[in-house]
Design a protein around this ligand. Structure first.
Ligand code: TYR
Length: 868
């Protein structure tokens, strides 16, 4: 394994030159694209008259000509290799014209210029622009860009780039051209180009100040009638950002293109977002309710980047959370305003706990602002995004809505057009509030999830209740000793009747131990703490299971009701795991069944909430509550709990299932979605019994469903029932949907996650299916990621075959798409948390990977961290 260099935040230096203008020409030919870049540059005035070498980043392409000023440079007069282009010295002001040849058809890494089907497109974040042309590929170099695209008119009738179309026309030989100019200075990671035979859905939006904006969503022709939900979402996001943050759109045109081959969810390129088709295309027949919500959230996220990311960008990549944490916070708030706030909060926190907390306990643990990286792509993490959003949310809590808005206004005013840091952001928040946020800033620099415990003490004499909070964060590779965090805690007091005795207020933890005293309260009072999950901490309390059952039913904060229910489930599963490990019989406590049944009776109230509150945590979430993860025992315990509940409450589940069936099948209103989610939760409990009676109900829903939500829910249940049932359902689903590649992704993922015995064999077989390819990230995520990340029983097979299969695929993928290979490899990250046998087998796979001679930098970083 080659060693690769780490880049450190402490080594940051500003660039020695200023780019005044970038003029790009893309001449697209059948088997190559010729790129000419004209840079107008000058030395940073502070360095005038100094001899400063010009060093540009560069990918692995051939340069065919270099012109400096009006001199043609010969290869000896500049230096060029696979990473760098450089000149020993330059005048103070100069122009540089470089021409090079790209082979987009051979670019399987999907960074830089690449082909997706018949479409040519770009992806430049984080450091893909260097694969297009030599350039100072860093976010703090901002410049106005113009871009000319020349291509065949039949193959590429649509030619797009950032900003405004200023000129277009026909050329000889059935070719045509388009010239785009982006008036806003931007870093090169926001550059984009698209060329292809696309259809467009058009609409308009008038901003608050009366500017008329043309909205265009492009997709392959056969999908254009599936773009209207994305368009509605875009208009909602534009209106919301005006209302909530006073931010208007700034160009006359906003374009979105849906692409089938994409490494991430979507990309906020200025005026020309490029999206994974999964986050654009939807209709009720082919997309689930979750897909609809996902599209609304991602469309909004990319739109919100126009201010938080594009107008104000990053000084260096270490500051990534400055744009991502803040923009996730903004999209979460948007989704809360558009839909149900408590349900949104529950799903955001669930995601954080399921994926960010484990990240903090493995080899990828890093502060929200990392100190070092080998490959920046590896730091597009749950910590930077989701924990980063929680940190913003804490500032929002500490300041309150009004001051937070004042702070945001000042941030936009002060830093518009600049590349800034997290200190700049927190600085304006400190300024407008007059608060000292120095201790608070540790959330950006210190890694790990704080464990907070809460205990109650009641003093009969003074009739006062004291709540004592202690915080502790485990040492890790980033810091051997952790200092206390500044943690906001929202607390209310509730009595036995479920009435609020003391209104919700904000308290702040700043020391290892903090105590708050509430005077004049009765003894039988319940504190409701960390309401709405005020901070990203692991909370333990002195609540008994009876207390938790009370809070599940009566807490006045729905988030805390959900949290109490989840804690009860986890406690129950822990007891079952202990019983299994001791060889004792399993039994579910009557208290839990009772609490569950009472909650199910409340089904007329908020069905969306109820479907979340009554859902058992996944095995992948449960594992986080164990030091040593016993894969089989967790699976057995969860299955037993689910089946016991289904058995004891069969008729209740059936009743609620029937009650929720009236939703119109293509209605995507909140109410209809809520009905479907509760209905399908009931079906999933019933389905766990796998008897003929329920099989019949599930089968009927599968065959007669009027939308993908219901069809997919039933399909998932059938995939676990038994091999016969699955072997009938799979071809039926495939035959119906084979023309829809996004639905076929669902088909792959359901099979990869099946609990049936032969799942690994099925997955192996599916890798040779004609619709599967390692070159398409969505397909890899649907089959290989789903297996490795979401099917613990089979990935962690005792014979090690799950590991072997996955490691082989990672190495295969590393040759095609290193970014995605590195992501997939994180399935081995928690290897130290399993039994000795599994530890040894997982370690062996990591070592085998480490021994490869030509590991990508991306994968090298993940593997070497895991083995450190
Ligand atoms: N900036 C994008 C977003 O979060 C994410 C992204 C990152 C997309 C890297 C692609 C990529 O290669 O909105």
């Amino acid at each position: 394994m080659n060693e690769h260099k780490k880049i450190h935040l402490k080594d940051y230096r500003p660039f020695e030159f200023i780019v005044d203008h970038v003029d790009l020409v893309f001449d697209i030919r059948d088997d190559h694209t010729r790129v000419t870049s004209k840079l107008k540059m000058k030395k940073d005035p502070a360095r005038a008259n100094e001899t400063t070498p010009l060093v540009l980043n560069k990918g692995t392409f051939d340069i065919i000509s270099v012109v400096a000023g009006d001199m043609v440079l010969l290869p000896g007069e500049y230096k060029s290799d696979d990473e760098i282009f450089s000149l020993v010295a330059t005048p103070d002001i100069f122009e540089l014209e470089i021409t090079n040849i790209l082979k987009p058809d051979e670019n399987t890494a999907l960074e830089g210029l690449y082909r997706s089907g018949s479409i040519l497109c770009t992806q430049c974040e984080a450091q893909g622009f260097r694969n297009i042309t030599p350039y100072p590929d860093r976010p703090d170099v901002m410049a106005p860009f113009s871009c000319t695209i020349v291509a065949d008119k039949t193959r590429y009738p649509v030619l797009l780039s950032n900003g405004n179309l200023v000129k277009s026309g026909d050329l000889d030989n059935n070719r045509h051209f388009a010239v785009w100019e982006d008036p806003f200075k931007k870093p090169c990671y926001l550059f984009a180009l698209v060329a292809g035979d696309l259809d467009v859905l058009e609409d308009r939006f008038t901003t608050a100040s009366g500017r008329d904006v043309a909205l265009k969503i492009y997709s392959e022709k056969e999908n254009i009638d599936r773009c209207s939900h994305a368009m509605t979402s875009l208009k909602q996001a534009m209106a919301w950002d005006e209302k909530r943050f006073g931010r208007e759109y700034d160009l006359d045109l906003y374009q979105i293109v849906a692409i089938n081959d994409f490494n991430a969810g979507a990309m906020e390129n200025k005026g020309l977002n490029i999206f994974n088709a999964k986050y654009v295309l939807a209709d009720p027949q082919t997309a689930t309710d979750d897909d609809f919500m996902g599209i609304q959230g991602v469309i909004a996220h990319e739109y919100f980047h126009n201010w938080t990311g594009n107008r104000i960008t990053l000084k260096n990549w270490f500051q990534l959370s400055l744009k991502e944490g803040l923009t996730v916070f903004r999209d979460q708030e948007f989704s809360s305003d558009m839909n149900s706030r408590p349900v949104q909060r529950i799903s955001d926190v669930k995601k954080l706990m399921a994926a960010q907390f484990p990240e903090d306990s493995g080899p990828m643990v890093h502060p929200v602002r990392p100190d070092a990286y080998i490959k920046m792509d590896n730091f597009y993490t749950m910590t930077v995004y989701e924990k980063g959003a929680e940190v913003i949310r804490m500032i929002y809590q500490l300041l309150g809505q009004a001051l937070f808005r004042t702070g945001m206004d000042l941030y936009f005013e002060k830093f518009d057009g600049m590349a800034v840091t997290l200190e700049d952001f927190v600085g304006v928040m400190a300024k407008v509030s007059g608060r000292n946020l120095d201790q608070f800033f540790r959330w950006y620099t210190q890694s790990g999830t704080p464990a907070v415990s809460m205990t109650r003490q009641y003093d009969e004499n003074t009739k006062s209740m004291s709540l004592t909070f202690t915080q502790a964060t485990s040492p890790d590779r980033n810091q051997s000793e952790k200092k206390p965090f500044h943690i906001p805690v929202r607390i209310a007091l509730i009595n036995r009747a479920g009435e609020t005795v003391k209104q919700d207020a904000l308290y702040e933890l700043t020391q290892e131990t903090d105590t708050f005293k509430f005077e004049n309260v009765p003894a039988d009072i319940y504190p409701s703490v960390f309401r709405e999950f005020t901070a990203p901490v692991r909370l333990t309390t002195d609540f008994s299971d009876q207390d938790l059952a009370f809070l599940m039913a009566r807490d006045t904060d729905p988030f805390n009701q959900w949290h109490a229910a989840q804690t009860l489930f986890v406690n129950e599963i822990k007891n079952l795991v202990t019983a299994i490990q001791a060889g004792n019989p399993m039994a579910v406590s009557a208290g839990l069944v009772n609490a569950f049944s009472l909650a199910l009776e409340e089904n007329q109230k908020d069905r969306a909430f109820l479907s979340r509150a009554l859902a058992l945590p996944q095995e992948t979430e449960i594992k986080d509550h164990f030091e040593i993860i016993d894969v089989e025992a967790i699976h057995q315990a969860r299955t037993f709990l689910k089946q016991t509940l289904a058995q004891k409450l069969t008729s209740e589940f059936k009743t609620v299932y029937e009650l929720c069936r009236s939703a119109n099948s293509d209605d995507i209103s909140g109410g209809a979605m809520a009905d479907r989610s509760l209905k399908n939760l009931c079906l999933s409990y019933l389905g766990s019994l796998a008897n003929n009676d329920v099989q019949d109900i599930v089968q009927k829903q599968f065959e007669h469903a009027g939308n993908m939500t219901d069809e997919f829910a039933a399909f998932k249940i059938l995939s676990h029932m038994n091999a016969d049932v699955r072997d009938k359902a799979c071809p039926a689903f495939y035959d119906k949907w084979q023309a829809r590649t996004l639905v076929i992704d669902k088909w792959f993922s359901v099979q990869a996650q099946s609990s049936l015995e032969d799942t690994l064999d099925q997955v192996k077989k599916l890798t040779t299916h004609k619709d599967f390819t390692m070159a398409n990230p969505n397909k890899v995520r649907a089959l290989i990621f789903a297996f490795a990340m979401n099917n613990p029983m089979h990935f962690h097979r005792v014979d090690g075959q799950g590991y072997e299969f996955t490691a082989e695929r990672i190495l295969m993928l590393d040759k095609i798409n290193p970014q995605t290979a590195a992501r997939l490899c994180s399935c081995f990250n928690l290897w130290k948390r399993y039994d000795e046998n599994r530890q040894a087998m997982m370690k062996k796979q990591l070592e085998t990977m480490a021994e490869q001679k030509e590991l990508s930098r991306n994968l090298y970083e993940i593997v070497s961290r895991a083995l450190e």
